[in-house]
Design a protein around this ligand. Structure first.
Ligand SMILES: Cc1cc2nc3c(=O)[nH]c(=O)nc-3n(C[C@H](O)[C@H](O)[C@H](O)COP(=O)(O)O)c2cc1C
Length: 316
């Protein structure tokens, strides 16, 4: 089997350069532990937590895995400062920041020996966080689930690998070995996946959420919150029809009210009135698998695809 080791494996001390994307509500300790135990980097999504909730989730992680892991903090969170204190006290090995500019937190995390990942959707932010000492950049394209920017993964990754020297991980639209290999060809040194891992046996989201992903086609997602300044990709449902209508007619306050607490609703099974955050890649996912199977299938398929390509084009 081809060894796909990159600098990402060295930095995080992991076997495969595959990261679990931080996911508010959905990225629990159980899912993170499954990814780390299968050789990737599990990341606990602290997006909807306060400090004490995060501390409990870290403790839960440690009962399930002794492997390296990370915590994802959304910079929009009112608890961001508190969460950064908790990760330092708990000596969490890796912190990933989403939805904003994390530069003010980087120096103190680095002082404690904590590795920092910054999730970006532009080359200008990539440049800035590299200068501030980030260890890894996740270039997240607009086909991703959750909060997004406006550039596609292929264009963003290609641009950012030529902009920075630190390793770049590609996110958005990747579910299998072909996607993984394509990102390596662009110059990324690993991938981060969200949607694929939601549709796993270990994910603690309600089965209705997983079914929505399995049933979706590649055109079944929409972007809510564009007019509210925080666009998010979700699977179309009763809620999105209402919110998009309110946004279209400029009722932004009411649209905002409708969205509060909706990811939790979906997580708990109300996939009509909840925000079923998921990427366009939902349309590529057809089966519910264990995390271990997902990871092993990616590596096997990447191996087979690369072998086939080299037969076809290099004659060996
Ligand atoms: C349900 C869900 C919740 C998410 N929440 C967060 C979050 O709290 N913080 C963050 O940085 N990214 C978040 N994301 C983005 C993921 O970390 C990841 O980058 C993205 O899902 C990759 O694209 P993919 O869904 O096509 O795999 C979320 C994605 C999903 C699907």
């Amino acid at each position: 089997m081809i060894n796909f080791k990159t600098r990402i494996c060295e930095i995080f001390d992991i076997e495969y350069p595959i990261l679990l994307g931080g996911m508010a509500w959905v990225g629990t300790a159980k899912l993170a532990a499954a990814v780390s135990n299968a050789g990737g980097l599990g990341i606990i999504g602290a997006g909807a937590m306060d400090g004490e909730m995060l501390r409990r989730e870290i403790e839960r992680y440690r009962t399930m895995s002794d492997k390296n892991f990370g915590v994802n903090i959304i910079l929009l969170s009112p608890y961001a400062d508190e969460l950064v204190e908790v990760v330092m006290e708990e000596k969490v090995p890796v912190v990933s920041f989403g939805a904003g500019n994390p530069t003010k937190y980087i120096p103190k995390l680095k002082e404690k020996g904590i590795k920092v990942i910054s999730v970006v959707s532009s080359d200008s932010l990539a440049r800035l966080v590299e200068r501030s000492g980030a260890d890894v950049i996740v270039a997240e394209g607009m086909e991703s689930g959750g909060h997004i920017g406006d550039v596609t993964t292929v264009v963003l990754v290609r641009k950012i690998v030529d902009t920075v020297k630190i390793p770049v991980v590609a996110a958005g639209g990747i579910v299998d070995g072909r996607g993984f290999l394509a990102m390596l060809a662009l110059g990324a040194e690993g991938v981060q996946m969200g949607t694929r891992f939601v549709a796993s046996l270990e994910c603690e989201a309600h089965e209705n959420y997983k079914k929505k992903i399995l049933k979706a086609s590649i055109r079944d997602t929409v972007v809510t919150g564009l007019k509210l300044g925080h666009p998010a990709r979700v699977i179309r449902n009763k809620l999105t029809r209402k919110v998009l209508e309110l946004e279209e007619f400029g009722n932004t306050e009411e649209a905002e009210k409708f969205l509060i607490g909706t990811l939790r609703k979906a997580f708990e099974g109300d996939v009509d009135n909840g925000s079923v955050m998921a990427g366009q890649s939902s349309g590529l996912i057809e089966d519910l698998k264990s995390v271990k199977e997902i990871m092993e299938d990616i590596v096997r398929e990447a191996h087979d695809t690369l072998t086939e390509l080299s037969h076809k084009f290099l004659g060996r």
